[in-house]
Design a binder for this molecule. Structure first.
Ligand SMILES: Nc1ncnc2c1ncn2[C@@H]1O[C@H](COP(=O)(O)OP(=O)(O)OP(=O)(O)O)[C@@H](O)[C@H]1O
Length: 637
């Protein structure tokens, strides 16, 4: 075995001096080298690869990927059993000690990710058992009567009704669906149903809590919940116990400055009976684990989200893994019977699985979009991208529908016009010109705004109607250059005065949590000139998630890390929706260009989607590249 070591050693040197590993991967390997002097080059190499894998969103380095890496580097494969025994200073095969890496399930994990995976699997296991018990306790006729009161009669399977029935009888459940399929509408009906059930059982109302991963997603969920509630006409007694306030997950858990731990944990659990968590695709496994630790043992959990969206940049594609078989249903015979009894139309037989798994019995998928009409180009493109249907993607790009605009190899002029007016021919009514006109209308005696907060709300809403999204950060079509270019175009048009860093109308994206100021990574604010204590000052306006507060004003000098936000990355746009979203693809190939990224960008658009495609071949490559993440969160339960 020793004869292999020189070549592992040479590869290690190559990685430590090359550019494949990030600085943090190299620093970690050097740290292990120092701390464990006898450790062989093989394990240092694999520790570096595990670190690199986690930066790509994998929970672990699977043995087959480790072997593929060694073979690609022209290295011989080791005898794993023999080599593992010599690596015990770094790696432990079980969960018994504090060594930094764990070897389990044929994969190499960082201990913290392994612990999260174990905790999530244990929770899912327990959730399945408790759900079976819950179902056995609920009377089908009573539950069906409540569903009949909330859902109109339907001749075909009503996916929203089925999702509501499934969640109502589950300790843990997931409702997934594409844009506008009614996830929020369904969950509001679910909350009303559960409170009605409590009343029937002569039990006190449940303590219901709503949360979302970012401030923007929380604000958006609050407004969708309010709309859904307004359209339901519930009895006042029930409506009063359905919440409309939405917290961010960090705030709910009690995040602390400069600490990864939260105020709420297993010792200080949250005071709630049911938690609804929206935009669950943005959750990473560490945050989800922290949340599970803080949930009281009997509390129910409902995750909402679109399983096909980009997963969190952190390790583990949580929602995607949980919903791996959502489209197929894979229900057991017992679940089919339960749902059939609660529905009012026959259930498609293909939803039944020959060998069902417990987790799938808690997952419901909504399949009909109510936001987009049948001839919507946005919906058609989102579907074609999601299904990897290159022919349909090309057809839609060649002959875009009215809500789609595709710019292949665009000129500078068409890009400038798109940015200013929302249309490449300069004839549009969206673009950045609109909100900048509002910015100039400061609050005066004759202005339509009651106060500065109302004006700032209007400016933020107008800015939120049009957004440039970039796939990458660097390069001609990366966030940094696009922001500079847009600033120059707006300056040349006299729409902003960008001679100084801070000017009225500058949009900024916060890139770091600041719990003191109540700002979260991902929050977008706009710099405005306002009166403050008799002086005219520049301050940045953010939409507030605090009850009774519309706007949070922050002086520019007090902001945590931030950047200009005419263009933001697709990752940062998750949880947001814009009337008109513009995706700028790069001109060079990039590993981040995937189907999920393009799908996420398209589904940010509510009315109009524009695709800027300097290299059309890259679009097709992206649509063909479906992400796969290592690390099993699902368990054969
Ligand atoms: N069963 C239905 N019949 C008619 N309209 C519906 C139905 N369900 C939802 N809608 C409407 O469709 C729109 C989208 O619904 P909703 O906000 O619940 O979807 P969502 O899946 O939460 O959306 P998002 O993609 O924003 O998360 C809303 O205007 C809602 O009123």
């Amino acid at each position: 075995m020793q004869t292999l070591e020189p070549s592992y050693q040479a590869q290690l040197q190559l990685e430590l001096t090359g550019s494949r590993w990030r600085a943090i991967d190299k620093a970690l390997v050097r740290f292990f080298q120092q701390q464990c002097p006898g450790l062989s080059a093989l394990w240092l190499l694999l520790a570096g690869e595990t670190s690199k894998a986690s930066s790509e969103g994998h929970l672990c380095l699977e043995q087959q990927d480790a072997e593929a890496y060694l073979l690609r580097a022209g290295l011989a494969l080791p005898d794993w059993a023999v080599r593992l025994a010599e690596a015990q200073v770094l790696i432990s095969p079980a969960q018994l000690d504090e060594r930094p890496l764990v070897y389990a399930n044929g994969a190499l994990y960082f201990r913290r990710y392994y612990s999260c995976q174990q905790q999530i699997q244990a929770y899912l296991q327990q959730g399945s058992t408790q759900s079976q018990w819950l179902r056995s306790q609920m009377s089908v006729p009573a539950l069906k009567a409540l569903l009949d009161g909330l859902f109109a009669k339907s001749a075909e399977a009503d996916w929203q009704r089925l999702a509501c029935a499934l969640s109502a009888s589950s300790q843990f459940s997931v409702i997934t669906g594409g844009p506008g399929t009614g996830k929020t509408t369904t969950v509001v009906k679910l909350l009303a149903l559960l409170q009605q059930w409590q009343r029937q059982q002569q039990q006190p109302p449940l303590r219901l809590v709503l949360a979302a991963p970012t401030g923007k997603a929380a604000v958006r969920l609050r407004s969708s919940i309010q709309k859904a509630l307004a359209s339901l006409a519930l009895e006042p007694e029930i409506e009063s116990v359905v919440p409309t306030q939405v917290s961010t997950v960090h705030k709910l858990l009690g995040a602390r400055s400069h600490s990864k731990s939260f105020y709420h944990n297993a010792q200080q659990p949250l005071a709630l009976d049911l938690l609804v968590l929206d935009e669950a695709s943005m959750l990473d496994v560490e945050l989800f684990s922290a949340l599970l630790s803080a949930l009281p043992a009997k509390a129910r959990l409902v995750l909402l989200g679109d399983k096909d969206q980009l997963a969190s940049v952190e390790a583990g594609a949580l929602l995607g893994s949980l919903c791996a078989f959502a489209a197929e249903g894979r229900y057991s015979n017992a679940t089919m019977q339960w749902l059939s009894a609660l529905g009012d139309a026959p259930l498609p037989a293909e939803l039944e699985a020959a060998v069902p798994q417990a987790l799938d019995q808690q997952i419901a998928m909504l399949r009909q979009s109510y936001r987009f009409s049948a001839d919507s180009g946005i919906f058609a493109l989102a579907q074609a991208v999601n299904q990897g249907d290159l022919i349909q993607v090309q057809a839609l790009c060649r002959q875009p529908k009215v809500d789609l605009q595709v710019l292949l190899q665009p000129s500078q002029l068409s890009l400038r016009q798109l940015v200013l007016s929302g249309q490449a021919d300069g004839q549009g009514q969206s673009g950045f010109s609109g909100y900048l006109q509002l910015v100039r209308q400061q609050v005066r005696a004759d202005s339509p705004w009651a106060d500065e907060d109302q004006w700032a709300q209007e400016v933020l809403a107008a800015f939120g109607r049009f957004q440039l999204l970039c796939a990458v950060r660097q390069g001609e079509f990366g966030v940094q250059q696009v922001n500079q270019q847009v600033e120059q175009w707006l300056q040349a048009k006299g729409l902003v005065d960008a001679h100084t860093q801070w000017y009225p109308g500058r949009p900024v994206l916060v890139s770091q949590n600041d719990y003191g100021l109540g700002l979260m990574n991902g929050d977008v604010g706009i710099c405005l000139r306002r009166d403050w204590q008799g002086k005219s000052v520049l301050a940045v306006a953010f939409a507030s998630t605090e009850p009774g507060q519309a706007i949070r004003w922050v002086l520019p000098g007090r902001l945590p890390a931030h950047e200009t936000a005419y263009a933001i990355t697709v990752h940062k746009s998750q949880g947001s929706e814009f009337d008109h979203a513009v995706l700028l693809l790069p001109a060079e190939p990039s590993a981040v260009l995937t189907r999920e990224l393009v799908y996420t960008a398209i589904t940010r658009a509510a009315r109009q989607f524009s695709l800027v495609c300097p290299q059309p071949a890259l679009l097709l490559q992206a649509v063909s590249a479906k992400t796969s993440r290592a690390g099993a969160l699902r368990l054969e339960l």
